[in-house]
Every structure is written in structure tokens, then in C-alpha cells.
Ligand binder design. Structure first.
Ligand code: FAD
Length: 439
């Protein structure tokens, strides 16, 4: 608090990193000395690593999402609905764009929000690498709306195939999905689609079976899952093939037209649904938002302390930042665990900055990578640099470890007591609720 005026701490983006951070900031400071504000362009939060399950229909996002308004009321921070448009470093304000509803009516005007400390946690979006036709003809899994849109299209395609089979109409009895990108998102989505397909016949699509689903997974590199060792990646690839996924490595997509994926090597792939999951960058809007330094993928460049290079009072965390730690050649990877860990460092650094104490460098503790193959299996490596290497895990143990990632997020967002209650409620829901969301 300076001269009786409250200190304004603003976090933009309530995702894997930002939502837990804003709760902790609100718990840290007294209401009469500090205002903690969260700005997000959506009204609700869903943990991004769940989006492929929402897309396949195996998770009802409404059960897991967190409404920002209610969360803010519970933890004592302010929530502002709006999309970050610009950052004025000189006047210490951010501006959010006007909010227009689908009928074209203005809901909110352009807003100016003052800050003393600003944390940018606006995440990333899929990187189309400039491949022609991707934006127009492929879908992404960047936000909940994308996953909902994919699910609706998938279900419609399944209904059509089901009807064609019932009426004996030849040539229309398949649902062809082409997934581009053999990283965690593409692999997890491919497996999850088969999980959903095995259940559809119980949900009114009596003729549908998983053999009617044809998923092709294209990867430009010579193997899938580059973050895992070769053996684990091969295990995952074999499991996908057993499910029915046509995995094609060393296959570079050159263009996407309507219903057709053109590749450099071999024949084009025809598909009813095309999903692009081949890389992460920060949104193009970050260019022109401010004079802060940006990396090639539009991310805000930060120092090891997570302060932006040009402004010590503006921090960036998670997928929207580019943080190359001393002695490392590559930036910290865009993962939920990175965003979560960065949030903890920023909490400490905002504290020390106010007390004129030195800033702490961020230490990335790689806890390994886990990839879920839906209910069928999981593969991954645990511990990372904690044991000076990686411990490969598969199957039930890997599934348990994978589930614990989300539990940690729930605890960060809701605190210990509420978090544990919600985890318990989640288990009950898994038992009593339908296994698919078909709407
Ligand atoms: C399908 C899928 C599976 C994944 N699986 C894993 C996994 O298993 N393990 C793992 O570690 N990582 C995984 N990831 C990556 C992980 O989800 C991200 O690294 C993580 O969510 C990044 O956190 P973040 O806080 O930086 O951003 P996000 O969690 O993306 O949150 C960003 C927030 O900012 C808001 N926002 C965006 N732009 C603006 C704006 N201009 N103004 C206001 N608000 C804005 C968004 O609404 C959102 O709430 C997966 C990602 C996907 C898509």
C-alpha cells in the first residue's frame, strides 16, 4: 500500500498457472492493503489437459469447470470478464477489448484496469506453422468451445454413419478423423476417440461399433511422442495401432483443403474431421499488444525470475512466456506443470519486489511426462531430474500418476479442504454419471 492507496495486483488468464496463483495471492494479502484482480476472456475455467476428453465426449466439462465469478467471491479477489487488448507500461494500465455477444450487441465497453504488478498467464494456441488451409479447414483444441464444436461434429458424423449402416447405404458407414501432430494432445485424442466409439452403441447408436471409426495420426518427425524415450513411444504407437489408429510418422502435411489433408510423402488423407495439434505458440494478438520483448512464437520473453525483460513489475508465466534458464539451450517446455511451478515462483517474487528484496530465479523441476491412452493405458516417465534420470512407467501406475496431475491442479485452485471434497465428488460422479456426453 502506497500513500493510503491499495496495491493493485492483476493476473490476466485464469488457466493452469493463473487460477491457482490468483487464489494464493488473494489469501496472501489483506483486502484493505491490496486488490487482487483476475482478468479472463472466458467466464469459466476448464483444465486444458482435459480438452481431448471433452472433445471425445468422455468428460462432461460442465461437471469439472470452475466459474470465475463464484471462485472470486469465495477467495476474495475481483474477477473481470474481458480479453486483454493492450498493455500501457507508462501509465500502468491494461485495456480489455469491448465484449460483443453473438447477436452483435455490446455487453461490455473497452475497460481500463490499473496495475502495480501484472502477471500475464494467457496461455498458448496451436501453431499452424503457416501451412495453407489449416485455419480454414482444420479444428483445434485450444479452448473449451473448440472441444465442444469438435464433439458436436463428431457425434453428427457418428449418427450419419450409424444411419447409413442401418439402411445399408454403402460408402458412408465410416467416420474418418485425421489428427495432425503426434505429441501428447494428438496421441491422447486418438486413443480417447476409440474409447468413446466403443460406448456409442449403448447411447442409441445401436449399429455403431469402433471399427466404423478410422483415425489417422500424422506426424512429421520420425516417431511420435518426442518427449518420451524411444521405447515408451513405441509402446504407445503399438497400443494405438492395436486400437485401430493408422499412425504415419515422417509424414509432413503441406496443405489442408476441405476434407483433404495433403502430405509431402504419399497419398492425401480424406477425412470427415481434421484436428490440428502440432505445436504451441502464443496468440498472434500478443504482437502489437505492448512493447514487451517477444520470442519467435509470440511468447513474452522473461528473465529467469519470470519478470519480462523490459519491465520488472510485469511477469509472464506458462505457455505465453519464453523462459530460457541459465545453462539451458531451450526454453522451459509449455506444460501444465511448468505453468503451475512458475506461479509459485511469481507469488514469492511479487512479495519480495514489494519489500525491495532480491528476486528468486525460477527452477524448473521436470517431474516427467505422462501420456494417457484413455482407459486403455498410459505411458510416461516420472521424476525427471529428481532422480538424476527418468523412470519409465506404463499401465496402471502411469494412469494413477496421470490422474494425480489433475488432482494437484484441483488442490491449487480450491485449497486443501475444498479440493479433497471435489476430488471425492469426482469419483462419485465417475460411478453414477453417464460415461459419455452426447450433447
Ligand atoms: C488436449 C491437451 C492435452 C494436454 N495435456 C497435457 C498434459 O498431459 N500434461 C501437461 O503438463 N500439459 C498438457 N497440456 C498443455 C497444458 O494444458 C498447458 O501447458 C497449460 O494449460 C498452460 O497453462 P497456462 O496457465 O499457461 O495457460 P492456459 O491453461 O491455457 O490458460 C490460459 C488462460 O488465459 C485466458 N486467456 C487467453 N487469452 C486471453 C486474453 N487475451 N485475455 C484474457 N484472457 C485470456 C484463457 O481463457 C485461459 O483461461 C495439454 C494441452 C492440451 C490442449
Amino acid at each position: 500500500m502506497e500513500n493510503g492507496i491499495k496495491t493493485q495486483i492483476v493476473v490476466v488468464g485464469g488457466g493452469a498457472g493463473g487460477l491457482g496463483l490468483v487464489r494464493k495471492l488473494a489469501c496472501e494479502y489483506r483486502r484493505d492493503t491490496h486488490d487482487v484482480t483476475l482478468v479472463d476472456m472466458n467466464r469459466t475455467h476448464i483444465w486444458k489437459p482435459l480438452l481431448h476428453e471433452v472433445a471425445a465426449g468422455s468428460l462432461d466439462a460442465s461437471m469439472d469447470e470452475v466459474g470465475y465469478g463464484g471462485h472470486a467471491g469465495k477467495w476474495g479477489y475481483r474477477f473481470f470478464l474481458g480479453k486483454l487488448e493492450s498493455i500501457d507500461r507508462e501509465n500502468r494500465t491494461i485495456t480489455t477489448a469491448p465484449l460483443i455477444d453473438p447477436d452483435g450487441e455490446r455487453v461490455l465497453d473497452r475497460q481500463e484496469i490499473p496495475f502495480d504488478y501484472l502477471v500475464l498467464a494467457i496461455g498458448g494456441v496451436s501453431n499452424d506453422f503457416g501451412v495453407p488451409g489449416v485455419r480454414e479447414n482444420a479444428m483445434f483444441l485450444d479452448y473449451r468451445q473448440d472441444s465442444d464444436k469438435f464433439r458436436h461434429k463428431l457425434l453428427n458424423a457418428c449418427f450419419r454413419a450409424n444411419l447409413a449402416k442401418r439402411s445399408g447405404e454403402k460408402g458412408k458407414q465410416q467416420v474418418r478423423v485425421c489428427v495432425i501432430g503426434g505429441g501428447a494432445t494428438g496421441v491422447e485424442l486418438s486413443a480417447e476417440l476409440y474409447n468413446a466409439a466403443t460406448k456409442l452403441h449403448k447411447f442409441g447408436l445401436s449399429e455403431f461399433d469402433d471399427k466404423m471409426l478410422k483415425v489417422t495420426l500424422l506426424e512429421a518427425g520420425d516417431r511420435i511422442l518426442p518427449m518420451l524415450n524411444e521405447e515408451l513411444a513405441l509402446t504407445a504407437q503399438n497400443e494405438l495401432s492395436e486400437l485401430g489408429v493408422d499412425v504415419r510418422t515422417s509424414t509432413q502435411v503441406t496443405e489442408i483443403s476441405k476434407g483433404l489433408v495433403h502430405v509431402k510423402e504419399g497419398a492425401s488423407v480424406e477425412a470427415d474431421l481434421i484436428v490440428w495439434a502440432a505445436g504451441v505458440k502464443a496468440a498472434n494478438e500478443t504482437r502489437g499488444m505492448s512493447d514487451l520483448e517477444l520470442a519467435r512464437g509470440n511468447q513474452f520473453v522473461v528473465r529467469p525470475t519470470l519478470q519480462t525483460t523490459k519491465d520488472e513489475r510485469i511477469f509472464a508465466i506458462g505457455d505465453c512466456c519464453s523462459c530460457t534458464l541459465p545453462g539451458e539451450e531451450r526454453p522451459v517446455p509449455p506444460r501444465a506443470q511448468s505453468a503451475h511451478q512458475m506461479a509459485s515462483t511469481v507469488l514469492k517474487n511479487i512479495n519480495s519486489l514489494q519489500r525491495n528484496e532480491p528476486q528468486q530465479d525460477f527452477v524448473y523441476n521436470d517431474k516427467g511426462s505422462l501420456v494417457s491412452l484413455s482407459r486403455f493405458s498410459a505411458v510416461g516417465s516420472l521424476m525427471g531430474n529428481l532422480v538424476g534420470g527418468r523412470m519409465a512407467i506404463e499401465g496402471r501406475l502411469a494412469r494413477l500418476a496421470y490422474a494425480s496431475l489433475y488432482r494437484m491442479h484441483i488442490l491449487a485452485v480450491h485449497g486443501l479442504l475444498r479440493g479433497l471434497t471435489l476430488i471425492l465428488a469426482g469419483h462419485v460422479n465417475q460411478i453414477v454419471r453417464p460415461k459419455l456426453k452426447l450433447h
